[in-house]
Write a protein that binds this ligand. Structure first.
Ligand SMILES: Nc1ncnc2c1ncn2[C@@H]1O[C@H](COP(=O)(O)OP(=O)(O)O)[C@@H](O)[C@H]1O
Ligand SMILES: CC(=O)OP(=O)(O)O
Ligand SMILES: [Mg+2]
Length: 376
C-alpha cells in the first residue's frame, strides 16, 4: 500500500489544542481532534474520518504539555498509512521579522524563543509542538504560521504606542494576534460574500483569548491586541487593556515583580478574576451567580466598545463577524453585544467558524510546493 501524503496541523491556544491531519492532495480531512478545557475540565476528542473511529479521553488536570503529549500519541496511534510531509504550527508571536509563514530552521527557533515573554500562555507551548513533531515525523518539514503576520501591514499610526522615540526604535509597538483566524475569515468572505469582503467588517475572534480586527478588502486595518496577547478586550483569565499607571501602582504598593504581575494579569484576571469563579464562558453562562453575570456584562460592554474603535479605523461598519469558541457557541452573548451596538443602525451579523487549521494547511501546502519547484 502506498502511503498517503499528508499535512498535520497543531494549534495551541491558551485553553485548547486543536489538531488535524489533511491529505496533501485536495486537503481532505483525514483526522480531526481537539483537547479542550486545558487548566479546567480537560479532555481529548478526535475522529478518524475514513473509518469513523472516535476517540474520547478524559485528561484530568492536564496542562498544555500533557495535552501535547496526548495529541502526538493520538496521531501516532491512528496513523492509517499517512506520510506526513509537513507539520504546520500556529506560532502566536512572530515579532517584526516574520510577516508570513516560513519553514522552521534552528535560527528561526532561536528568534521565536526570545519572544516567549510576550506570549507566555502560548509561545513556549507552540515551540514545544515543533520539538514534538520533530520526534514523531523527523523527515517532515515544520512550517511556522504566525498570529501576528496578517497584521504586518498596519500603518505607523496604527502600530505605534505614544512613547519616546528610543522605545519605539527598540521595537516596543503593537503587533496584533489571531491573524491566522482573521485571514481565514477574509478568505471565506471573499468566496461566500464578496459584497462584504469589499466592505467594512469587524471580525470578533472570541475564545479564551479574544480580539477584534477591522477587515477591509481582505486586509487587516487595525486590531485590539498590542505588543502582547494581553491587550484589548478582557479575556478568560487575561485583564485586557489596563491603565499603565495602575500597573506601576500595583508594583509599588504590593511589591509585585514582573513574573508575579504576569501571573496575575495573564492567569488570574479577566472573566476569572471578575467572577471569582472560572475563565470558562460556558460555565459562566450556565451559572446563577450574580458575579458570573457581572463578568459577562463586562465582557459584552467592552467588546461593543472596541467594535466602535474598529469602526473608526474603517470610517464605519457594514458587518460584524463572530468566530471562536464563544463567538460561535454563545448566542446570548452575541445578542448582548449586538444590542449594545443597536445605535449603529443596520449592521449585518454573521457567524463563521474559526478554521486556523485549514488556513495553516493551505500555507504548508504552498511552501511544500515552492520547495519542490525550487529543487526541480
Ligand atoms: N456552548 C458554549 N457556550 C458558551 N461558551 C462556550 C461554548 N462552547 C465553548 N465555549 C467557550 O469558548 C471558550 C474557548 O474558546 P476557544 O476558541 O476554543 O479557546 P482558545 O482561545 O483556547 O482557542 C471557553 O470560554 C468556552 O467556555
Ligand atoms: C493569541 C491568543 O490569545 O490566542 P488564544 O485565543 O488561542 O488563546
Ligand atoms: Mg484559539
Amino acid at each position: 500500500m502506498t502511503a498517503t501524503p499528508a499535512i498535520a496541523t497543531l494549534n495551541t491556544g491558551s485553553s485548547s489544542l486543536k489538531f488535524r491531519v489533511f491529505a496533501r492532495d485536495g486537503l481532505e480531512r483525514l483526522m480531526a481532534g481537539k483537547v479542550t478545557g486545558i487548566g479546567t475540565d480537560c479532555r481529548l476528542e478526535a475522529r478518524v474520518i475514513e473509518t469513523g473511529a472516535t476517540i474520547s479521553l478524559p485528561l484530568s488536570g492536564a496542562d498544555q504539555e500533557a495535552a501535547l503529549a496526548a495529541v502526538i500519541a493520538c496521531i501516532d496511534d491512528h496513523d492509517d498509512g499517512w506520510r506526513i510531509d509537513a507539520f504546520a504550527h500556529r506560532i502566536v508571536h512572530g515579532g517584526a521579522s516574520f510577516t508570513g509563514p516560513v519553514i522552521v530552521t534552528p535560527e528561526t527557533l532561536a528568534e521565536l524563543d526570545a519572544l516567549c515573554p510576550l506570549a507566555p500562555l502560548h509561545q513556549p507551548y507552540n515551540l514545544a509542538g515543533i520539538a514534538a513533531s520533530r520526534r514523531l515525523a523527523p523527515r517532515a518539514i515544520d512550517v511556522a504560521c504566525f498570529d501576528t503576520a496578517f497584521h504586518a501591514g498596519h500603518s505607523e499610526l496604527v502600530h505605534s504606542f505614544a512613547l519616546p522615540a528610543a522605545m519605539r526604535k527598540a521595537g516596543v509597538r503593537r503587533y496584533g494576534f489571531h491573524g491566522i483566524s482573521y485571514e481565514w475569515i477574509a478568505r471565506v468572505l471573499a468566496e461566500q460574500r464578496p459584497d462584504l469582503a469589499q466592505g467594512r467588517v469587524v471580525a470578533a475572534h472570541l475564545g479564551n483569548g479574544a480580539s477584534l480586527c477591522a477587515l477591509q478588502h481582505g486586509r487587516s486595518i487595525d486590531t485590539t491586541m498590542g505588543m502582547s496577547a494581553l491587550d484589548g478586550l478582557p479575556m478568560g483569565s487575561r485583564s485586557g487593556a489596563l491603565d499603565a499607571g495602575a500597573v506601576t501602582y500595583m508594583m509599588r504598593r504590593f511589591g509585585f515583580d514582573a513574573d508575579a504581575l504576569d501571573r496575575m494579569l495573564y492567569e488570574e484576571s479577566g472573566l476569572k478574576g471578575l467572577s471569582g469563579l472560572t475563565n470558562d464562558v460556558a460555565t459562566l453562562v450556565a451559572s446563577e451567580d450574580p458575579q458570573a453575570a457581572f463578568a459577562l456584562d463586562y465582557f459584552t460592554y467592552h467588546v461593543a466598545q472596541y467594535v466602535g474603535a474598529m469602526a473608526v479605523a474603517m470610517g464605519g461598519i457594514d458587518a460584524l463577524v463572530f468566530t471562536g469558541g464563544i463567538g460561535e457557541n454563545a448566542p446570548g452573548l452575541r445578542i448582548a453585544i449586538r444590542d449594545r451596538l443597536g445605535f449603529l443602525g443596520s449592521v449585518e451579523s454573521l457567524v463563521i467558524p474559526a478554521n486556523e487549521e485549514r488556513m495553516m494547511a493551505i500555507h504548508a501546502c504552498a511552501l511544500l510546493e515552492a520547495r519542490t519547484e525550487a529543487a526541480a
